[in-house]
Ligand binder design. Sequence first.
Ligand code: ADP
Ligand code: MG
Length: 675
Amino acid sequence: MSDLFKSVSYLSGVGIKTQQALADLGIVTIQDLLYYFPLRYEDLLLKSVNEAHDQEKIVIAGVVASNPVLRRFGYKKTLLIVRLLLDNETIPVTFFNQPWLQDKFIVGQETLVYGRWNEAKRSLVGMKILSATALTKTSLEAVYPTNKKIHQKTLIKLIKQAVTKYADQALETFDDPLRQKYHLLKEAQIIRGMHFPQNIAEAKAARRSAKFRELFLYQARLAQLKQKNAQQTNGISELYNQAYVQQFIQQFDFTLTTAQKRVLKEILDDMKAKSTMNRLLQGDVGSGKTAVAAIAMFAAVTAGFQAALMVPTEILARQHYLKLKPLFDSFQLTTTLLTSSLTPLQRRQELSKISQGRYNIIIGTQALFQADVLYQHLGLVVIDEQHRFGVEQRRALRQKGQQPDVLLMTATPIPRTLAITYYGEMDLSVIDELPAGRKDVATYWLRFNKLDQVRHFLQIQLSKNAQVFVVTPLISESDKMNLYNAEDIYQHLQKEFSNYRIALLYGQMDSEEKQTIMQDFQNQKIDILVATTVVEVGVDIPNARVMIVYNADHFGLSQLHQLRGRVGRGQQQSYCILLADPHNKTAIERLRVMTQTNDGFQLAQKDLQLRGAGDLFGSKQSGMPNFKLADPLADEQMLFWAHQEVQQLFAADPQLKKHYPLKMYLKSQSQTSLD
Ligand code: ADP
Ligand code: MG
């Protein structure tokens, strides 16, 4: 075995206690220690005080302007004050409890001091005096993340020992051509440069290579996972009936778009294969994901399996059920809706039929993966609006059948950067085309002083038989927030548009009531639907042509895009009116972008810039990798390179026969989980 994988206890000075303390930091082997990189360096750079930030550690050079003054406080406490003349400003420097420094300051002599800059007082809290040579030979002092059990200095000593003895044995992550192509350092150079750089340039170069290495290894682990999944032969091969599937497609009153056809083929090929499908289907709101899902589910049934469709809300589950059931009915398939609003008796009956295989298609909410739900022969699981579900919920459902194929669907467009990072172990299908004839939703942002115009506009639209959504952030009045609420707006509109039928919808309503209202809206028995964000995802009503959002600045960009996606589903021009008096720049920016583009990808990119990746996904939910050095957004280009190289490497050498060190490395990492 290579020394690298030996325990840190092989190093001198590591007893049981230190070993434990290191383990708490995640350092078990010598390799772990070699790659335990510093957070930052004590910046020993000479900096002009005008460039320094408050509390930044800097080095200043100046001439001692007067004799230092030493004050004593009680036992052992001292304060030394000396004034240094910099270019044309005198800076007071104070040292706490270092009385011996008094003799080192000689009036008229140039002196270098390292310390913490106080911007308000324009003074420095000195930490040490540097010799003049420090300037030319600024070796940087690494600062490590550590805990109370192990001291920074001990850590540095051990790392020094490990680096001296073992750095040259480190496994080369990159082969020579790759290293040359991207100007990367050899492993030992990375390690030395990260821990003990001689100068800034060396530290920077090492850091760049270390980041690349981190992204590359992560991509390699994803590629390996994907490979393992593909090699799995205990998955289900769904030998669907091609002719039936064609007939099923014929019955839609539209022809599939080229993009729908392409992703459908990708999905069906996966289903036929022996390996387990793990595919993410991404398509902007209204791109027609449901039709694709329905076809895939139908195909699974023709192969003799059950198929399940899980969605985040009851409204959506019911909508899918009502829309899909007739399609399946005409081919003698049996379909059921499983939600939490069934009575216990109904539920028991349904569960028994599901377990006996008397239903081919099961549609529902989270209720689908509760422990008591047993399937007879589940072959395909489709998860709609997948970003609404956590990793755990998805896993639970996946474990329901014998390795059923899984298709995740999302309308949250994921920029490529994030897709290859967060969904890297999945295959990706993208519907990048909307059905023909769709018009962009004309989007306007108005301040509340323009409400009269909005009313006028509403009047005109209603007279043209348009149906209208009105969305507010709150259901009822709140004394905490001065925002519009659905109840008030509902009452207002009833007075103002007394000739029209108006309804109120919110999440906490009882589900039968919700259902009736949605159905009435669908059947054009309601003209204006005042609602909270329950209508946010998936609701599909082609005659709804106006979306009005109150306090639009209180919604996120992807939420606004989802809301807007409720209209613009038919042939006629649709409108989205965002009402807001925003107070901050980001909110203004969000509203502006909404009026500028209907393209979900552009919005997602913008959202990322405005909010950062964590928020977009909800960091806990998505099982995001925790990079130590790299930032997938800031280091986007590097991420693409790493991704591309790993793909090529695995394609050319799937067994990693020519990349032994990488293989060894991945093996050593395989115990630790990816997230
Ligand atoms: P989403 O991708 O947002 O889930 P849906 O599946 O709800 O979109 O589809 C939106 C609307 O477009 C539905 O009314 C659906 O019937 C219709 N649709 C889907 N595919 C096509 C197509 N190829 N041509 C025309 N209309 C389509
Ligand atoms: Mg949908």
